[in-house]
Design a protein around this ligand. Structure first.
Ligand code: C2E
Ligand code: MG
Ligand code: MG
Ligand code: MG
Length: 287
């Protein structure tokens, strides 16, 4: 009867559940619209050599600029895009746009390697090899100017499907790196099997460095592990000059973070970095 219906209705629309699912629904609809109406934008964060300060690359970081002018960061929509099955379309757009931009900069005298973050689902379920090939082909960007970042967490549960695809990507000539290294829960054994060239040390390791002996030991240990496995290291989230000096003493090769430069929209990035890098990188990226 009406009473039962009312009770069920009330139960279904518990305020907390109602709000959460309404918000998800709005995000889902909004993300689909964002894709259709070009509301996604890439910001670029510079990466440089520790010793020389020479710029060699930029990481592409996606943002969603809503119709209302709000800038929504990836932390607020990537997980939802994965659940909604939208990550493949978003990922393809990011790859295409990052490659197009890198090629445009190369032709304009700003040769960089662009790093693109991959969601584990893109590698495990999508046709990532075809997507990367298409992005390179359509842009004319050389594979050596593209780096793909995967997280170590991805290796849990996706190891088998993923591994073959990573080898395919490696054969295409693109560079692969492990993002947020040291923060996942996977065993280090995967490092032997992955065709990666670079470890990106998560910024949490640098928080209390220099000064905190445990923190210093961990960063030094990661650096030495990488060296012995013949992998490059990029230290992420470098914010203070003392952190950079520590990395320099350690012999760490590359860094990225607000000390060097925050992520900027393409135009602002080019304005900020064209002159600086023309002096230093006429020969192109150093690796
Ligand atoms: P990530 O790949 O580890 O990217 C680094 C994040 O740290 C970025 O946040 C960047 O803005 C921030 N960051 C850079 N330097 C500093 C610093 O010195 N201090 C601090 N506190 N933070 C710094 P953002 O742009 O919000 O991205 C967050 C995460 O979202 C990324 O982490 C990445 O995992 C994911 N993401 C970003 N773009 C994409 C994308 O196109 N596709 C996918 N699948 N994931 C993406
Ligand atoms: Mg990254
Ligand atoms: Mg990272
Ligand atoms: Mg991160």
């Amino acid at each position: 009867g009406a009473k039962a219906l009312k009770r069920n209705t009330w139960q279904f629309f518990t305020p907390a559940l109602g709000e959460a699912s309404r918000e998800r629904f709005a995000m889902d609809v909004g993300l689909r619209r964002a894709l259709e109406h070009d509301e996604l934008v890439l910001h670029y964060q510079p990466q440089a050599e520790v010793a020389s300060g020479r710029l060699f690359g930029a990481e592409a970081l996606v943002r969603w600029t809503t119709r209302e002018g709000e800038v929504v960061g990836p932390g607020r929509f990537i997980a939802l895009a994965e659940e909604a099955g939208l990550i493949h379309a978003i990922g393809r757009w990011v790859l295409g746009e990052a490659c197009r931009q890198a090629r445009e900069w190369e032709l304009a005298g700003l040769p960089l390697r662009v790093a693109v973050n991959l969601s584990g689902l893109q590698v495990a379920q999508g046709d990532i090899v075809a997507d990367v090939r298409a992005a390179l082909h359509e842009s004319g960007l050389s594979p050596s100017r593209l780096e793909l970042e995967i997280t170590e967490g991805f290796m849990i549960g996706h190891a088998d499907e993923g591994l073959a695809r990573l080898h395919d990507l490696h054969r295409l000539g693109v560079a692969l790196s492990v993002d947020d290294f040291g923060t996942g829960y996977s065993s280090l054994a995967y490092l032997k099997r992955l065709p990666v060239q670079t470890l990106k040390v998560d910024r949490s390791f640098l928080d209390d460095v220099p000064g905190d002996p445990a923190g210093e030991t961990l960063v030094a240990a990661i650096h030495s592990l990488a060296e012995k496995l013949e992998l490059e290291v990029v230290a992420e989230g470098v914010e203070r000059p003392e952190q950079l000096a520590f990395l320099q003493r350690l012999g760490c090769r590359y860094y990225q973070g607000e000390l060097l430069g925050e992520p900027l929209a393409a135009e602002a990035f080019a304005r900020r970095w064209t002159r600086a890098s023309a002096l230093l990188s006429a020969a192109g990226p150093s690796r």
